[in-house]
Design a protein around this ligand. Structure first.
Ligand code: SF4
Length: 295
């Protein structure tokens, strides 16, 4: 396991907590071994060479503890924006688990993005953090179809198992939802996928489903994705090139229709889809417009 030097672990959120109410970002690992063919963290802007090899940050927990002590705002700390915090090494290294213990000790909240069932190991800590501050878990599910998931996310647990993880977290009182990102043009941008994810999400008790109904294709990320498409679906890359050229944001061609369907079905099933509503719900604050009407 290669260790890399770092001086800082936490960075203040540039979005000013508009993205899932996150105040600080943190990546304890560099790189990720789950092999998702569309992974946005492969893009050149993040400058992560050999992305599929996991590295850890030297003295990560010591630096984290110093930073947590020094922050005035006991905000929500995000785990896993660029690398899954429950990657294959976490079972042995327990960096994420030990970081959660520090989050608990210093009274911060937590936001976790993952595709792994290893998060269930840490339910005890998530429950304790939830008693003092806010917790939100986002399980990424891009398709209901386990065979397709195996192709596009080769080292990740099945989608069926991921729905079960949502259910178990919810049953333990942990605020959990589904990230339906990316939606892959020509592969998952269809009614069957959207409706199945909503239906299975509802069965699992998901609090929200969040989607941008498209994908990014940036430099490096695009090359990797197109290389994988050539192996899995010969000829599909050419369709992407014809439609999207070198565009970075690639929304599905059926954007309007699928988004309308998505919003209507989620609303019927009382599943949140709006970012402000999700933040207000898990932080248990009253949104400004409701405060005004109450007043
Ligand atoms: S789990 Fe997330 S970080 Fe890891 S390869 Fe997949 S998309 Fe990238």
């Amino acid at each position: 396991m290669e260790k890399i030097k770092t001086k800082t672990i936490m960075t203040k959120s540039e979005e000013g907590n508009r993205w899932f109410g996150i105040d600080y970002h943190m990546n304890l690992y560099k790189g990720c071994s789950f092999g998702c063919i569309y992974c946005n963290s492969r893009c050149e802007a993040y400058r992560i060479d050999n992305f599929d090899i996991i590295r850890t940050k030297e003295n990560a927990l010591e630096i984290l503890e110093e930073e947590l002590k020094s922050k005035g705002l006991k905000g929500v700390v995000s785990f896993g924006a660029l690398s899954d915090p429950y990657n294959i090494e976490e079972e042995k290294l327990q960096l994420t688990r030990n970081a959660l213990k520090l989050i608990l000790k210093y009274g911060f909240g937590v936001s976790i993005d993952t595709k792994s069932d290893l998060i269930l190991r840490d339910i005890d800590l998530l429950k304790e953090i939830n008693e003092k501050n806010s917790v939100i878990i986002k399980i990424s599910i891009t398709t209901h179809d386990d065979a397709l998931a195996k192709k596009i996310e080769p080292k990740v647990i099945s989608s069926t198992r991921r729905f079960a993880v949502v259910k178990e977290l919810i049953n333990n009182g942990i605020y959990t939802g589904i990230l339906l990102n990316p939606v892959l043009p020509f592969l998952t941008d269809n009614e069957e996928t959207i409706l199945n994810i909503i239906e299975k999400g509802k069965e699992a008790g998901t609090k929200f489903i969040y989607t941008k109904m498209g994908m990014t294709l940036r430099t490096n990320q695009r090359d990797y994705y197109y290389g994988a498409l050539d192996q899995l679906y010969p000829g599909l890359k050419e369709d992407y090139i014809a439609v999207y050229g070198k565009r970075h944001i690639c929304n599905t061609l059926q954007y309007r229709h699928l988004f309308e369907l998505f919003l209507n079905k989620c609303s019927e099933n009382h599943i949140l889809t709006d970012m402000d509503a999700i933040i207000a719900d898990y932080k248990k604050v009253i949104p400004k417009n409701e405060q005004i009407s109450l007043f």
